[in-house]
Design a protein around this ligand. Structure first.
Ligand SMILES: Cc1ncc(C[n+]2csc(CCOP(=O)(O)OP(=O)(O)O)c2C)c(N)n1
Ligand SMILES: [Mg+2]
Length: 649
């Protein structure tokens, strides 16, 4: 209720958005970061007559949000779920609800706007100049992620970004004075933002001026602080946290309607002329702007065919033809290559063929090896926005949300860091999976293999916890050729995020003439080495750096006349998606002597080794010591693995 005038002014007078085509690439973005106020967004989508878009990106004739959906707010199948959900309700630009995520995601969208403009605009062809608006409350600004994201946005001088702060001094427990005494204006000035104030959320002309000032402000993002009264017009609940946390109740609703001069008995009333009023403003303006853009894009297509083609492909999350031609294969090498180094080679081979594959690191690129090193790659920096190497700073949480915003804008972003710090950015990874967007995460330093850095830097439960996120594809490749195959799979994902879990230390590049082809990675798991002279007596299952240990154990056991099979299982999710017949061929139910080896939490492995199998994994945190000593201490040596197999038999 309180923010309705703000949303009204923005949508009706400023937002460049065509309700008939809510995915038009150069539309302004509106993000409702305070996802609990979802009804504000649903009302806008309904009143503006926003049309539904199907999974083939076709705008259908029907409304995205019907009055019936609104009547069925928060009920199963309604297009109006409790919090706004991308992909479920057309016109919702990003899923929000976890406070702070929306504002941070909007930074990614603004970054995408700058990148697209720098890469695709030509003299007389301003294809991209959209603005990004995000509406957030006290909660969004209290969350740490907003601090990280605002700091990055200020540094990058994103003048296409406008946050609107609903300054109502109320959150769930009561007055914000309980826990907040920031000087928000000074805070944002310190980040290099322009700050404006609107003292009354009902003052449409002040709001209008604030948005106009934003569009004229160059070189910095804008924060508009709007003073408002939660539950405005509800006489007993206004300015109280009860207006946030409880239904107003029948009597209070009547009084609020009276205050607004509304028929007190009417429910779900849209007075005559309201939809027409929206059609005449946001509708007419949006249709005209989209039409002009389409004409511009047609001319652009004749003149810059290749770029136009790239844009079309990006919109559909397709890849350029022949993108995987440059995918390297690696020769057998006992000394081998670290997972991160193999990934660097693959990424740098593929990136020239996929120009919108862009990303970077939370200040760890020299360690994660994610830098694009070819000459044309460049750096994305304030003022020079065409670069492909991003520097997110030491801000893992914001990095995740920014990647989401970039992906929602149809770029193909990746972000990187140490696996241990995936915890810091877990919330946006989860949201990427809920939204079904193909963000790629490259997490290196994947285990106690980190060695001397010790337990604070050695992941134990992170891999398992990423596997627990529904829809997320995790991959922990065993050698350089598996790394290449992982990238082949990951880039083809259109609606799933993926995590590449890579080693810091060298892993031998396996002899693929002796062992099975790394193409097996596509199935998530495959028989890498099998028993000779009869069916296997036991199965060894491993991922990543432990696969080579298992191969050594397998050979030791073979010399002693014990027949084992070694299964490389880089991706549980891909393996689980295979037909039963394939999974049973790889892990025959009749062979119950099984040992799984992974330098991570053992939780979950019983799925593959059964109740009687053995898991060689981590039961505790690691320790600071050279890798060799840690392997010995925690049981990751071929002798110990072979002993586990013997015990199983
Ligand atoms: C990360 C996160 N923590 C907690 C919540 C639960 N929560 C929902 S709204 C809210 C209070 C938000 O206050 P504010 O943003 O000022 O919204 P207002 O009450 O003014 O509408 C909280 C704590 C949440 N949605 N997300
Ligand atoms: Mg508030």
């Amino acid at each position: 209720m309180a923010m309705a005038p703000v949303a009204y002014t923005l949508w009706q007078r400023h937002l460049r958005f065509d309700p008939n085509d809510p995915i038009w690439p150069n539309r302004d973005r509106f993000v409702l970061s305070m996802g609990h106020a979802s009804m504000l967004l649903y009302s806008l989508l309904h009143l503006a007559g926003v049309k539904a878009v199907n999974p083939k990106y076709e705008a259908l004739g029907n409304l995205s949000v019907t009055l019936d959906d609104i009547k069925r707010f928060r009920q199963l199948e309604s297009k109006c779920p409790g919090h706004p959900e991308y992909r479920w309700t057309s016109g919702v630009e990003t899923t929000t609800g976890p406070l702070g995520q929306g504002v941070a995601t909007s930074v990614g969208m603004a970054i995408a706007g700058k990148w697209l403009a720098a890469r695709f605009n030509r003299p007389d062809y301003a294809l991209f100049d959209f603005n990004v608006f995000a509406l957030g409350g006290d909660g969004c600004l209290m969350e740490g992620i907003s601090h990280e994201a605002a700091s990055l946005a200020g540094h990058l001088r994103l003048d296409n970004l406008c946050w609107i702060y609903d300054n109502n001094h109320i959150s769930i427990e009561g007055s914000t004075a309980l826990a907040l005494s920031d000087d928000v204006a000074t805070r944002f000035l310190g980040y290099g933002w322009a700050v404006e104030r609107v003292g009354d959320a009902n003052d449409l002309s002040m709001l209008n001026r604030a948005f106009e000032t934003f569009t004229q402000t160059k070189g910095r993002p804008t924060l508009i602080i709007v003073d408002s009264h939660i539950g405005y017009g509800a006489p007993h609940k206004q300015d109280s946290h009860a207006a946030h946390g409880e239904p107003l109740g029948e009597d209070e609703i009547r009084l609020a309607k009276k205050f607004y001069g509304w028929p007190e008995d009417a429910k779900f009333l849209v007075p005559d002329g309201v939809r027409e009023h929206f059609a005449l403003n946001i509708g007419a303006r949006g249709a005209r702007l989209r039409e002009e853009w389409m004409t511009l894009f047609e001319a652009y297509t004749t003149k810059y065919k290749k770029d136009a083609d790239a844009l079309q492909k990006m919109q559909r999350r397709e890849l350029p033809d022949g993108w995987d031609k440059a995918l390297p294969t690696f020769p057998t090498d006992a000394k081998g290559l670290a997972g991160r180094d193999a990934s660097a080679k693959v990424l740098n081979a593929l990136a020239p063929a996929v120009p919108w594959l862009i990303g970077g690191s939370a200040d760890l690129a020299p360690s994660t090896k994610t830098r694009l090193t070819f000459e044309a790659a460049g750096d994305f920096e304030a003022g020079t926005y065409a670069g492909r190497n991003f520097h997110f700073g030491v801000r893992e949480h914001a990095m995740g949300a920014v990647l989401n915003g970039m992906s929602l804008s149809k770029l193909r972003p990746y972000g990187s860091g140490f696996l241990i710090f995936s915890d810091y950015g877990r919330a946006p990874i989860r949201l990427a999976s809920i939204m079904e967007i193909p963000v790629v995460y490259i997490f290196t330093h994947d285990s106690i293999g980190v060695g001397e850095d010790g337990p604070t830097h050695q992941p134990v439960e992170q891999l398992l916890s990423l596997r627990a996120i529904p829809g997320l594809i995790t991959l922990r490749p065993a050698d350089a050729n598996e790394v290449a195959e992982c990238w082949r799979i990951v880039l083809q994902l259109q609606h799933k995020p993926a995590v590449l879990v890579l080693s810091r230390q060298a892993l031998p590049t396996l002899d693929r003439a002796k062992y099975a082809s790394a193409a097996g990675v596509a199935k998530g798991g495959y028989v890498l080495a099998d028993a000779a002279g009869g069916p296997p007596q036991a199965i060894l299952i491993a991922t990543g750096s432990e696969v080579a240990l298992c191969l050594t154990a397998h050979e030791q056991l073979a010399a002693a006349g014990i027949r084992t099979r070694v299964v490389s299982l880089p991706s549980w999710e891909l393996f689980e998606a295979q037909p039963d017949a394939y999974r049973e061929a790889v892990l025959p139910p009749s062979i119950t002597a099984r040992v799984a080896v992974e330098q991570a939490s053992t939780l979950g492995w019983s799925r593959y080794v059964g109740l009687t199998g053995r898991v060689v994994g981590m039961q505790t945190f690691g320790a600071s010591a050279p890798l060799k000593e840690l392997q010995k201490k925690f049981g990751f040596e071929p002798d110990q693995i072979a002993a586990a197999v013997r015990a199983q038999l």
